[in-house]
Ligand binder design. Structure first.
Ligand code: SAH
Length: 225
């Protein structure tokens, strides 16, 4: 109890306490997340710093929350599941992320892989995400303001690519930028019908696996100031 009160003093709220975070981890386990490294990183990443202060008391609920500009911070379960799928075959060196948003998924992944190259089309979101990662001393991330449909060809190939907005089709540029054996985790579809896919680059083509139904904001076109 003393510790929780202490947390309240520092943050002005009680919902960021260790016990609240532990409850989230327990829930992710129940929902089927098994990767211990992923669970551990989610436990120690302060999600309340990635949302508006007015929403901080809900930061450890397993739900997406608004972050402004019609965008949302991904649901913790989805962050965990997508990270787990990326890492299923072992550690990754170079990962590209499309859709930085709040930077929460970026922050989680940055503690699980060597380097991240993160692309976002909305400048103000990117700037805020950058600040948060610096504040948390997560320095293995490079940001690009641009269009995720194009990826980041200059730095390709990537061992992993994660897309946190739903695409109508799998962008060809992202397939092209996958290294041999590279893994792409991407929601595909439109409106209500969206499926999370895992695509792996094999010697002669791509293996595709449908993971399940999901709900994401759309992957839009072009950068936005
Ligand atoms: N992983 C983020 C989710 C943000 S929502 C988080 O947890 O906060 C999806 C993000 O994708 C939004 O920030 C949106 O601006 C961005 N996005 C949408 N279309 C894009 C595009 N074509 N290129 C880059 N980013 C895009």
């Amino acid at each position: 109890m003393a510790r929780e009160q202490d947390g309240m003093m520092h943050r002005g709220i009680g919902m960021t306490s260790e016990r609240t975070r532990e409850r989230l981890i327990q829930r992710l386990r129940e929902e089927g997340i098994v990767n211990q490294n992923v669970l551990e990183v989610i436990r120690r990443t302060p999600r309340h710093l990635f949302v508006d202060e007015a929403l901080a008391h809900r930061a450890y609920e397993d739900t997406a929350l608004p972050i402004g500009n019609n965008q949302t911070i991904s649901q913790p379960y989805m962050v965990a599941r997508m990270s787990e799928l990326l890492l299923e075959d072992g550690p990754l060196d170079k990962v590209m992320e499309i859709g930085t948003g709040s930077g929460y998924q970026t922050a989680v992944l940055s503690q699980l892989v060597e380097r991240i190259f993160s692309v976002e089309r909305i400048k103000v979101l990117q700037d805020r995400a950058k600040e948060r990662l610096l504040e948390l001393n997560l320095r293995n991330v490079v940001f690009r303001w641009g269009d995720g449909w194009e990826g980041w060809p200059a730095l390709a190939p990537y061992n992993g690519i994660i897309v946190t907005a739903v695409a109508t089709d799998v962008p060809q540029a992202l397939l092209d930028q996958l290294a041999p054996g590279g893994r792409l985790v991407i929601p595909v579809g439109s409106g209500e019908v969206q499926q999370l896919m895992l695509i792996v680059r094999e010697e002669h083509g791509f293996a595709r696996r449908v993971i399940g139904n999901v709900r994401f904001v759309p992957l839009l076109n072009g950068p936005l100031a």
